[in-house]
Write a protein that binds this ligand. Sequence first.
Ligand SMILES: NC(=O)c1ccc[n+]([C@@H]2O[C@H](COP(=O)([O-])OP(=O)(O)OC[C@H]3O[C@@H](n4cnc5c(N)ncnc54)[C@H](OP(=O)(O)O)[C@@H]3O)[C@@H](O)[C@H]2O)c1
Length: 269
Amino acid sequence: MPVETILLLAGTAEGHALAERIAGDRPESRLITSLAGRTKTPRLPAGEVRIGGFGGVEALAAFLTAERVTRLVDATHPFAAGMARNAAQAADRTGTPRLKLLRPAWVPGPSDRWREVSCLGAARDALPPGARPFLALGRQHLAPFRHRSDISPVLRMVDAPEEPLPFPAELVLGLPGLNAADEIALFERYGVTHLVCRNSGGAASFAKLEAARALGLPVILIERPKPPEGPLAAGIEEVLAWLGEGLTAPPCGGDAGHGPGSDRRDGSR
Ligand SMILES: NC(=O)c1ccc[n+]([C@@H]2O[C@H](COP(=O)([O-])OP(=O)(O)OC[C@H]3O[C@@H](n4cnc5c(N)ncnc54)[C@H](OP(=O)(O)O)[C@@H]3O)[C@@H](O)[C@H]2O)c1
């Protein structure tokens, strides 16, 4: 019998890193890492991995009970609001201790020209006529921009889209630039005037914001959804500390993304 059964909801770089650490540091525990199955060939961490949605709150609660899960760690992306909500509700129903790993949000530096908006529609409306925005958004988030025929967006996708884009745009195929220099070169090549992106946090996708800073470009930054009520961890070490506590001890709390040091970047997506 394992000492504990930990369900780790992943799909992020820090989720993967956390799985590796738990598997290495806590061999006495059973670790189940859960992925949504969005990626065709996901990078699988050490330990047991399950792939695909659970089927909603009830089904997740049933999974927690059936697998005798003793701790639930939600390390999904800051914008994966549905999974975070389901995890909180299922944990409440089953009395499973839960901790949300929420990487710190990006905060602007003194020279940044950021305008924070609450949603995609507000981001669309914040763009002036004639703008050439770089829309650093997944293809599932592009639709709200289709009514702005007065702008000429630039998009980047890893693979060519199978379906036509919802509006005419300059399409760049490839991965996000690894450093600011790459992103500066791209923005200059395509005459980008604005950057539109979500406040995902993490280091891996910060290069585009550094490029906007260097070029003095305005950034329209979509705020994160509010996480469910309950304890938050800002990084992997906090989660490991929580896992190291006895089950009767209250989990560590925090207000990730808003306190001092909230611009910490941990190399995640
Ligand atoms: N949103 C982003 O920008 C983003 C960026 C990078 C990575 N990701 C990762 O991609 C996944 C999907 O993101 P999303 O924004 O589509 O999430 P979402 O809208 O919050 O979740 C939609 C549904 O996908 C299933 N799901 C999500 N994460 C899961 C997980 N780790 N294991 C099992 N099922 C999961 C759940 O289905 P059921 O209701 O059927 O259980 C959930 O209700 C997440 O795991 C997230 O960490 C998201």
